[in-house]
Ligand binder design. Structure first.
Ligand SMILES: [Fe+2]
Ligand SMILES: [Fe+2]
Length: 323
Protein backbone atom coordinates (compact mmCIF):
# COMPACT_ATOMS: atom_id res chain seq x y z
CA UNK A 1 0.00 0.00 0.00
CA UNK A 2 1.38 3.37 -0.98
CA UNK A 3 2.11 5.91 1.71
CA UNK A 4 2.32 9.67 1.92
CA UNK A 5 5.38 11.34 3.44
CA UNK A 6 4.21 10.94 7.04
CA UNK A 7 3.39 7.25 6.63
CA UNK A 8 -0.35 7.90 6.64
CA UNK A 9 -1.80 4.76 5.14
CA UNK A 10 -4.16 5.53 2.30
CA UNK A 11 -6.44 2.67 3.32
CA UNK A 12 -7.15 4.64 6.52
CA UNK A 13 -9.64 6.79 4.56
CA UNK A 14 -12.99 5.08 5.08
CA UNK A 15 -16.45 6.30 4.08
CA UNK A 16 -18.71 5.80 7.11
CA UNK A 17 -22.25 6.02 5.81
CA UNK A 18 -24.04 7.48 8.83
CA UNK A 19 -27.49 9.07 8.71
CA UNK A 20 -27.90 11.44 11.63
CA UNK A 21 -31.19 12.10 13.30
CA UNK A 22 -31.43 15.76 12.31
CA UNK A 23 -34.97 17.03 12.63
CA UNK A 24 -36.96 20.18 13.33
CA UNK A 25 -36.75 19.28 17.00
CA UNK A 26 -32.96 19.58 17.20
CA UNK A 27 -31.93 21.92 14.36
CA UNK A 28 -33.08 25.50 14.77
CA UNK A 29 -31.80 28.70 13.25
CA UNK A 30 -29.47 29.51 16.18
CA UNK A 31 -28.24 25.92 16.48
CA UNK A 32 -24.69 26.80 17.62
CA UNK A 33 -25.04 27.28 21.40
CA UNK A 34 -28.28 29.26 20.85
CA UNK A 35 -25.97 32.09 19.87
CA UNK A 36 -26.92 34.13 16.75
CA UNK A 37 -23.50 35.50 15.73
CA UNK A 38 -21.61 32.24 16.32
CA UNK A 39 -24.32 30.36 14.44
CA UNK A 40 -24.36 32.77 11.54
CA UNK A 41 -20.64 32.83 10.76
CA UNK A 42 -20.39 29.03 10.82
CA UNK A 43 -23.68 28.60 8.97
CA UNK A 44 -22.50 30.95 6.20
CA UNK A 45 -19.65 28.49 5.64
CA UNK A 46 -21.97 25.48 5.90
CA UNK A 47 -24.12 27.04 3.15
CA UNK A 48 -21.28 26.27 0.72
CA UNK A 49 -20.67 22.74 2.02
CA UNK A 50 -23.12 20.53 0.05
CA UNK A 51 -22.45 22.06 -3.40
CA UNK A 52 -18.78 22.63 -2.55
CA UNK A 53 -18.27 19.00 -1.58
CA UNK A 54 -20.08 17.71 -4.66
CA UNK A 55 -17.96 19.97 -6.88
CA UNK A 56 -14.75 18.96 -5.00
CA UNK A 57 -15.37 15.24 -5.35
CA UNK A 58 -16.02 15.67 -9.09
CA UNK A 59 -12.82 17.71 -9.45
CA UNK A 60 -10.85 14.92 -7.77
CA UNK A 61 -12.67 12.17 -9.69
CA UNK A 62 -11.81 13.85 -13.02
CA UNK A 63 -8.11 13.72 -12.18
CA UNK A 64 -8.07 10.10 -10.99
CA UNK A 65 -7.38 8.59 -14.42
CA UNK A 66 -4.15 10.65 -14.57
CA UNK A 67 -2.97 9.40 -11.15
CA UNK A 68 -0.11 6.91 -11.40
CA UNK A 69 0.03 5.70 -7.79
CA UNK A 70 -2.67 3.00 -7.24
CA UNK A 71 -2.81 3.80 -3.50
CA UNK A 72 -3.63 7.44 -4.20
CA UNK A 73 -6.24 6.40 -6.77
CA UNK A 74 -7.86 4.07 -4.25
CA UNK A 75 -7.95 6.72 -1.54
CA UNK A 76 -9.33 9.21 -4.09
CA UNK A 77 -12.33 6.94 -4.55
CA UNK A 78 -12.84 6.72 -0.76
CA UNK A 79 -12.58 10.52 -0.56
CA UNK A 80 -15.34 10.91 -3.17
CA UNK A 81 -17.60 8.54 -1.21
CA UNK A 82 -16.97 10.46 2.03
CA UNK A 83 -17.74 13.85 0.46
CA UNK A 84 -20.95 12.58 -1.14
CA UNK A 85 -22.22 11.41 2.26
CA UNK A 86 -21.14 14.67 3.96
CA UNK A 87 -23.04 16.68 1.34
CA UNK A 88 -26.16 14.57 1.94
CA UNK A 89 -26.13 15.15 5.73
CA UNK A 90 -25.39 18.87 5.40
CA UNK A 91 -28.24 19.22 2.90
CA UNK A 92 -30.58 17.95 5.63
CA UNK A 93 -29.16 20.36 8.20
CA UNK A 94 -29.18 23.37 5.85
CA UNK A 95 -32.79 22.70 4.82
CA UNK A 96 -33.85 22.61 8.47
CA UNK A 97 -32.06 25.90 9.17
CA UNK A 98 -33.86 27.48 6.18
CA UNK A 99 -37.17 26.10 7.44
CA UNK A 100 -36.56 27.78 10.79
CA UNK A 101 -36.09 31.18 9.18
CA UNK A 102 -32.44 31.72 8.24
CA UNK A 103 -32.42 32.23 4.42
CA UNK A 104 -29.43 30.04 3.59
CA UNK A 105 -30.97 29.35 0.18
CA UNK A 106 -30.16 32.95 -0.81
CA UNK A 107 -26.48 32.16 -0.12
CA UNK A 108 -26.47 28.62 -1.48
CA UNK A 109 -27.62 29.80 -4.92
CA UNK A 110 -24.62 32.09 -5.68
CA UNK A 111 -22.27 29.39 -4.34
CA UNK A 112 -23.90 26.81 -6.64
CA UNK A 113 -23.64 29.23 -9.59
CA UNK A 114 -19.95 29.82 -8.79
CA UNK A 115 -19.19 26.09 -8.70
CA UNK A 116 -21.12 25.64 -11.98
CA UNK A 117 -18.99 28.39 -13.58
CA UNK A 118 -15.77 26.70 -12.39
CA UNK A 119 -16.94 23.32 -13.72
CA UNK A 120 -17.59 24.80 -17.19
CA UNK A 121 -14.73 27.27 -17.58
CA UNK A 122 -11.77 26.09 -15.48
CA UNK A 123 -9.31 23.37 -16.55
CA UNK A 124 -9.35 19.98 -14.84
CA UNK A 125 -5.85 20.59 -13.40
CA UNK A 126 -6.79 24.01 -12.02
CA UNK A 127 -9.95 22.56 -10.48
CA UNK A 128 -7.71 19.98 -8.80
CA UNK A 129 -5.59 22.81 -7.36
CA UNK A 130 -8.73 24.63 -6.17
CA UNK A 131 -10.06 21.43 -4.57
CA UNK A 132 -6.74 20.93 -2.71
CA UNK A 133 -6.99 24.54 -1.49
CA UNK A 134 -10.60 24.15 -0.34
CA UNK A 135 -9.66 20.96 1.53
CA UNK A 136 -6.89 22.85 3.32
CA UNK A 137 -9.51 25.29 4.66
CA UNK A 138 -11.80 22.50 5.88
CA UNK A 139 -8.81 20.77 7.50
CA UNK A 140 -7.96 24.00 9.39
CA UNK A 141 -11.50 24.41 10.73
CA UNK A 142 -11.64 20.71 11.65
CA UNK A 143 -8.27 20.71 13.44
CA UNK A 144 -9.14 23.76 15.57
CA UNK A 145 -12.57 22.41 16.61
CA UNK A 146 -11.18 18.91 17.24
CA UNK A 147 -8.94 20.46 19.89
CA UNK A 148 -11.90 22.37 21.38
CA UNK A 149 -15.11 20.34 21.66
CA UNK A 150 -16.11 22.64 24.54
CA UNK A 151 -16.85 25.27 21.86
CA UNK A 152 -20.16 23.40 21.23
CA UNK A 153 -21.04 23.18 24.91
CA UNK A 154 -24.69 24.22 24.47
CA UNK A 155 -25.31 22.70 21.04
CA UNK A 156 -27.72 19.82 20.46
CA UNK A 157 -25.82 16.50 20.86
CA UNK A 158 -26.95 15.09 17.51
CA UNK A 159 -25.62 18.14 15.64
CA UNK A 160 -22.33 17.81 17.55
CA UNK A 161 -22.15 14.08 16.71
CA UNK A 162 -22.60 14.93 13.05
CA UNK A 163 -20.06 17.76 13.07
CA UNK A 164 -17.37 15.67 14.82
CA UNK A 165 -17.88 12.75 12.41
CA UNK A 166 -17.35 15.31 9.62
CA UNK A 167 -14.31 16.92 11.34
CA UNK A 168 -12.73 13.46 11.75
CA UNK A 169 -13.27 12.50 8.11
CA UNK A 170 -12.12 15.93 6.85
CA UNK A 171 -8.90 15.38 8.80
CA UNK A 172 -8.59 11.78 7.67
CA UNK A 173 -8.75 12.81 3.98
CA UNK A 174 -6.99 16.18 4.30
CA UNK A 175 -4.12 15.09 2.00
CA UNK A 176 -6.16 13.20 -0.60
CA UNK A 177 -7.04 15.97 -3.06
CA UNK A 178 -3.53 17.39 -2.57
CA UNK A 179 -1.92 14.02 -3.39
CA UNK A 180 -4.26 13.42 -6.33
CA UNK A 181 -3.44 16.87 -7.73
CA UNK A 182 0.32 16.46 -7.14
CA UNK A 183 0.52 12.95 -8.59
CA UNK A 184 -1.60 13.84 -11.63
CA UNK A 185 0.33 17.07 -12.26
CA UNK A 186 3.79 15.55 -11.93
CA UNK A 187 4.94 17.58 -8.90
CA UNK A 188 6.93 20.09 -10.97
CA UNK A 189 7.27 23.87 -10.61
CA UNK A 190 4.28 24.65 -12.85
CA UNK A 191 2.12 22.47 -10.60
CA UNK A 192 3.40 24.36 -7.55
CA UNK A 193 2.48 27.69 -9.17
CA UNK A 194 -0.97 26.35 -10.03
CA UNK A 195 -1.48 25.18 -6.45
CA UNK A 196 -0.43 28.56 -5.01
CA UNK A 197 -2.57 30.45 -7.53
CA UNK A 198 -5.49 28.16 -6.62
CA UNK A 199 -5.14 28.95 -2.93
CA UNK A 200 -4.70 32.70 -3.51
CA UNK A 201 -7.82 32.85 -5.72
CA UNK A 202 -9.85 30.68 -3.35
CA UNK A 203 -8.92 33.04 -0.48
CA UNK A 204 -9.48 36.23 -2.47
CA UNK A 205 -12.93 35.10 -3.61
CA UNK A 206 -14.03 33.11 -0.56
CA UNK A 207 -13.23 35.64 2.20
CA UNK A 208 -15.40 38.50 0.83
CA UNK A 209 -18.23 36.13 -0.18
CA UNK A 210 -18.36 34.61 3.32
CA UNK A 211 -18.13 38.07 4.96
CA UNK A 212 -20.98 39.44 2.82
CA UNK A 213 -23.05 36.31 3.56
CA UNK A 214 -22.50 36.75 7.31
CA UNK A 215 -23.49 40.43 7.11
CA UNK A 216 -26.62 39.57 5.09
CA UNK A 217 -27.73 36.84 7.51
CA UNK A 218 -27.12 39.07 10.54
CA UNK A 219 -29.12 41.86 8.94
CA UNK A 220 -31.95 39.53 7.93
CA UNK A 221 -32.04 38.03 11.44
CA UNK A 222 -32.01 41.53 13.04
CA UNK A 223 -28.85 40.68 15.00
CA UNK A 224 -26.55 43.51 13.88
CA UNK A 225 -26.89 45.29 17.22
CA UNK A 226 -26.61 42.16 19.39
CA UNK A 227 -23.24 43.16 20.90
CA UNK A 228 -22.92 40.38 23.55
CA UNK A 229 -23.42 37.76 20.83
CA UNK A 230 -20.94 39.59 18.56
CA UNK A 231 -18.36 39.41 21.36
CA UNK A 232 -18.91 35.68 21.71
CA UNK A 233 -18.31 35.22 17.98
CA UNK A 234 -15.06 37.23 18.16
CA UNK A 235 -14.03 35.07 21.12
CA UNK A 236 -14.58 31.94 19.01
CA UNK A 237 -12.65 33.39 16.09
CA UNK A 238 -9.80 35.22 17.85
CA UNK A 239 -9.78 33.90 21.44
CA UNK A 240 -10.68 30.27 22.11
CA UNK A 241 -10.81 28.07 20.05
CA UNK A 242 -9.40 30.80 17.78
CA UNK A 243 -9.99 29.84 14.16
CA UNK A 244 -8.60 33.19 12.94
CA UNK A 245 -5.90 33.36 15.64
CA UNK A 246 -4.52 30.08 14.32
CA UNK A 247 -4.99 30.94 10.65
CA UNK A 248 -1.41 32.18 10.03
CA UNK A 249 0.15 29.10 11.60
CA UNK A 250 -2.19 26.69 9.79
CA UNK A 251 -2.94 28.49 6.51
CA UNK A 252 0.38 30.02 5.39
CA UNK A 253 2.43 26.77 5.20
CA UNK A 254 0.33 25.79 2.15
CA UNK A 255 2.41 28.32 0.14
CA UNK A 256 5.72 26.54 0.86
CA UNK A 257 6.97 24.53 -2.15
CA UNK A 258 7.66 21.53 0.11
CA UNK A 259 4.28 21.70 1.91
CA UNK A 260 2.29 18.55 2.51
CA UNK A 261 -1.00 18.44 4.54
CA UNK A 262 0.41 15.77 6.87
CA UNK A 263 3.28 18.09 7.92
CA UNK A 264 0.73 18.93 10.62
CA UNK A 265 0.26 15.38 11.82
CA UNK A 266 -2.85 15.28 14.03
CA UNK A 267 -3.73 11.63 13.44
CA UNK A 268 -3.46 11.00 17.18
CA UNK A 269 -6.55 13.17 17.74
CA UNK A 270 -8.77 11.51 15.14
CA UNK A 271 -7.58 7.98 15.90
CA UNK A 272 -9.35 8.13 19.28
CA UNK A 273 -12.71 8.82 17.62
CA UNK A 274 -12.02 6.31 14.85
CA UNK A 275 -11.15 3.35 17.07
CA UNK A 276 -14.10 4.10 19.38
CA UNK A 277 -16.41 4.20 16.34
CA UNK A 278 -14.92 1.00 14.97
CA UNK A 279 -15.79 -0.76 18.24
CA UNK A 280 -19.29 0.64 18.78
CA UNK A 281 -20.51 1.74 15.33
CA UNK A 282 -22.04 4.66 17.20
CA UNK A 283 -20.90 8.26 16.48
CA UNK A 284 -22.38 9.44 19.81
CA UNK A 285 -20.30 6.89 21.74
CA UNK A 286 -17.21 7.76 19.64
CA UNK A 287 -17.71 11.44 20.47
CA UNK A 288 -17.95 10.71 24.21
CA UNK A 289 -14.75 8.64 24.17
CA UNK A 290 -13.06 11.37 22.15
CA UNK A 291 -14.11 14.07 24.70
CA UNK A 292 -12.75 11.96 27.56
CA UNK A 293 -9.43 11.69 25.75
CA UNK A 294 -9.29 15.44 25.02
CA UNK A 295 -9.98 16.13 28.70
CA UNK A 296 -6.97 14.02 29.67
CA UNK A 297 -4.82 15.95 27.20
CA UNK A 298 -5.78 19.34 28.64
CA UNK A 299 -3.39 19.45 31.66
CA UNK A 300 -0.43 18.82 29.36
CA UNK A 301 -1.53 21.60 27.06
CA UNK A 302 -2.59 24.04 29.79
CA UNK A 303 0.86 25.56 30.15
CA UNK A 304 0.80 26.52 26.46
CA UNK A 305 -2.71 27.94 26.75
CA UNK A 306 -3.39 31.13 24.87
CA UNK A 307 -4.10 34.22 26.92
CA UNK A 308 -7.42 35.18 25.40
CA UNK A 309 -8.25 38.87 25.06
CA UNK A 310 -11.91 37.81 25.44
CA UNK A 311 -11.35 35.68 28.53
CA UNK A 312 -14.27 37.18 30.42
CA UNK A 313 -16.62 35.69 27.86
CA UNK A 314 -15.08 32.23 27.76
CA UNK A 315 -14.41 31.29 31.37
CA UNK A 316 -17.45 29.00 31.64
CA UNK A 317 -16.34 26.93 28.65
CA UNK A 318 -13.37 25.51 30.55
CA UNK A 319 -15.77 23.62 32.83
CA UNK A 320 -17.50 21.84 29.96
CA UNK A 321 -15.95 18.41 30.34
CA UNK A 322 -16.23 18.31 34.13
CA UNK A 323 -19.87 19.34 34.09
FE1 LIG B 1 -16.63 16.86 3.77
FE1 LIG C 1 -13.21 17.33 2.50
Amino acid sequence: MAQSKTKFRYDEVIARDISFNLTKANVHKHWFNDDPWNTIWLTAILAAVPEGERWGLRAVAKLLNKVKDPGIRETGVAFCKQERIHAREHDVMNDLIIEDGLPLDKIEKPFAAGFEFIKKHVSTEMQGALAASAEHFTAIIASVFLEHPEAFKDTDPEIVNMLYWHFVEETEHKAVSFDVFTDASGNHFAAYLRRVFGMASMTALGAPVISISVAYLLWHDKQLTNIPSARRMFETLFGEPGIMRNIGKLYLPFYRPSFHPWDDDNREVINVWKSAYEKSGDPAEAYQVFCGWIQNQKPAKASKKHNSPFKAFSSEKAEFIDA
